[in-house]
Design a protein around this ligand. Structure first.
Ligand code: ATR
Length: 283
């Protein structure tokens, strides 16, 4: 029988609601897989109590936490130090307690995005060509920042609310061109990468309405939506022969740095892990 012990390392995820988070299942898999005396718990923390709850984790002996909706921006303000990525993106998703009890925040979404693309499409690099990014929320920020860092020649940023795209473009210093939402189909011409970071296509939301005719057939298409795993966008892209990378891997890869920092093992993203986490989506 496996139980917790007096020296069990504790980490978790703070969100509100936190009930749909797949992170406990994901980290729980790795803890079991690597036989680590650790646990990763869901922490349902209301927005009004968030900064107090986060400030308390060193005193409680936690090794750190992931932070999810709606706390990612508040977490940036609440940590003692933040990585450059977190500051650029304006949000923290991973908090590590330092030796001195300080809270260090980082944002691993961009890392997860790139690692997922590299794992799903051999030899992928941002330098391959222009990228079309749909959306201008937190996920789009992480994606654009990491594409710019990877040397993308051009980002065509397309959002329903243009002003949000403008703010994103001015916050991130890079080759970002804003294209009106109405011209999204035309913007696919000559693109090497198409990324959906909007919530369109997610179960319960309308599908993304986008005609792919202008997209070169060698362009990589990826969706950060992973519920369903094959969105209408990915299905349409597959049918016309484009290479596609689904969004589940971004979730799995973004979790790696936190796990390594808290539990001392570099975890691997495997097909068995994908299946295990997917079972949590349907259950
Ligand atoms: P996150 O931070 O997780 O990326 P978000 O800030 O809620 O989430 O962003 C959701 C994205 O989906 C936004 O780009 C949003 O567009 P707006 O900025 O115009 O709101 C986009 N989105 C959501 N519903 C949409 C819809 N019906 N049509 C077009 N875009 C939509």
């Amino acid at each position: 029988m496996k139980t917790l012990t007096g020296v069990t390392r504790i980490a978790g995820v703070m969100g509100y609601p936190v009930t749909h988070s797949l992170s406990p299942r994901l980290h729980g898999y790795w803890l079991h897989r690597y036989e680590i005396d650790g646990t990763y718990i869901p922490l349902s923390v209301r927005p009004e109590g968030f900064s107090k709850a986060l400030a308390a984790i060193p005193d409680l002996g936690l090794f750190g936490v992931n932070v999810t909706v709606p706390h990612k921006e508040a977490a940036l303000a609440a940590v003692d130090t933040a990585s450059e990525d977190a500051r650029r993106i304006g949000a923290v998703n991973t908090v590590v307690v330092g030796r001195d009890g300080d809270l260090h925040g980082s944002n691993t979404d961009g890392f997860g995005f790139v690692e997922n693309l590299k794992a799903g499409y051999r030899g992928w690099t941002a330098e391959r060509g222009p990228a079309v990014v749909l959306g201008a929320g937190g996920a789009a920020r992480a994606v654009c920042a990491v594409l710019i860092d990877g040397g993308v020649p051009e980002i065509r940023l397309i959002n329903r609310t243009r002003s949000r795209a403008e703010i994103l473009a001015s916050d991130l210093d890079g080759p970002v061109e804003i294209v009106p939402w109405e011209l999204r189909a035309e913007a696919l011409d000559g693109a090497a990468l198409l990324v959906n970071t909007t919530t369109l296509g997610m179960t319960g939301n309308p599908p993304l309405d986008l005609v792919l005719a202008a997209l070169p057939s060698v362009s990589v298409v990826t969706d950060i939506v992973y519920n369903p795993l094959e969105t209408a966008l990915l299905r349409q892209a597959t049918l016309r022969g484009n290479p596609v990378v689904d969004g589940l891997g971004m979730l799995l890869h973004q979790a790696r740095p936190g796990f390594a920092a808290w539990f001392g093992v570099e975890p691997e993203v495997t097909s068995e892990l994908r299946v295990f986490v997917l079972d949590g989506l349907s259950g």
